[in-house]
Design a protein around this ligand. Sequence first.
Ligand code: ADP
Length: 548
Amino acid sequence: NKAAPVAVEDWSGSFEWDSRADDTRFNIFGISSFRANQREIINAVMSGRDVLVIMAAGGGKSLCYQLPAILRDGVALVVSPLLSLIQDQVMGLTALGIPAYMLTSTTSKEDEKYIYKALDKGEGALTILYVTPEKISKSKRFMSKLEKCHHGGRLSLVAIDEAHCCSQWGHDFRPDYKNLGILKIQFPNIPMIALTATATYKVQTDLMEMLHIPKCVKFVSTVNRPNLFYKVLDKSSVGKVVIDEIADYIRGSCSNNESGIVYCFSRKECEQVNELLSLVAKELRDRGISADYYHADMDVVARGKVHLRWSKNKLQVIVGTVAFGMGINKPDVRFVIHHSLSKSMETYYQESGRAGRDGLPSECILYFRPGDIPRQSSMVFYENCGLQNLYDIVRYCQSNRKCRRSAFFQHFGEAMQDCNGMCDNCAYGTEIKEVDATYHAKIIASLLHDMQSNDQRATMLQLVDRFRAKIKASGASNTPASDLKKEEVEQLIILLILDRVLKEEFQHTAYATNAYVTLGPLWKQALQGKKAVKLEITIGQRGNKGGS
Ligand code: ADP
């Protein structure tokens, strides 16, 4: 992994707009000083340069385009993917007295008229205009008005929020973002600022190409969030109830006025997710934790109430899907607990990153069991690199020795920084037993080979059962393979998938996509016992006390 260059050009000098920028920052936004890179970014945009900003969630990206939008004459166009984010932003700006509007499916006819007139003829105050990407790709009318605005010298800048959506390699590719390149082609002399919280080196290169901003100034702030303590907890041990553990953790580590989020797995098309959320919230309440749930189908009033109570720390825990938290800016979230696996390192970084935006120690806990993987993989396999991305976070979960933070640095192509004991592996490590599983792998490969020769296939669970049945039937109680517990066999199968001895395959039915385990590219080596396989089995439960 190549390290991404960090702001190669120096934009910290003095500029004619310095004092106006400071006045606007303080008098309009009520912000007492700029954070890292903000002033430099503003300087580059004000100088007419194209800019790429990579800044952690909560770092203050919005100011980087909103402030130049105010300083420059004319209309700033902002493309943003989510209606709810746009609404929040427009509301916030309006409250500050800035003429901000949005052109989306929810815009009234009256506002639309106002906006079009402003674009067309420069009538009426319009400083910042938010649109969703579909407007650019699908509305000829809008584009022709925008052209007029530009022609009249009234287009001040173009901002692309959540710019990683441009890239197929990113974690949230949106087809409509692909067409945003048209903006630079039509308005080559207007500065474009693309912003995102997360972009690997590859995604950066890709989106610069798609947006036609090859010469942009890059500002890469570190992905490191030094105040976050990362840990992975095992939820595979038989008889262990995760809810009990989560409740114990919250009671043990947090005072009553400290709050956080518990994320549950969401399968988009699955209605049951709402039931699951309410059930988990109830189970936490039964254990004396003040908890409630939050989901998209709740009516606006109920949702608002839950959110408000939580924001004021009257409610300790919100149970939600990973969609909860997007655009929500609570600075003192003390813990983010994932009840099950995220789909990639990038999404996990973003979701867990909702903790500790105020810079105080906070914890990010992920509950992992191999059995959760097929459920996730059957959802992501059709995405570009979906499986690769999923397997990356599985590696993160299964690594018992390596600094958790280092996985983020590596993933985002950044040089290693000190963890300062702020992850489970660095703080207290894990007691593990290393098992030579070469023989076990051989049995699994031969089992699958036999099955596939008979046109049979197996889910992970079926394979686990067959493996154990075979060991039992052989009557051998002292073979090396007889001592693996069910979860350990699951863990081994996952390891073999990561090592490409096995692979996952998927089949659609009318109701679901089923995941199967089949032989992978390196199966022959395993069958011949030539593939050395080392399984790390956790003996000691990882400590429950973290850095906070
Ligand atoms: P991002 O888009 O990077 O996630 P936002 O632009 O929403 O972050 O900013 C996060 C929060 O930080 C907002 O409440 C914003 O007002 C605040 N903020 C931005 N810049 C500064 C600053 N220089 N000083 C203090 N607070 C700031």
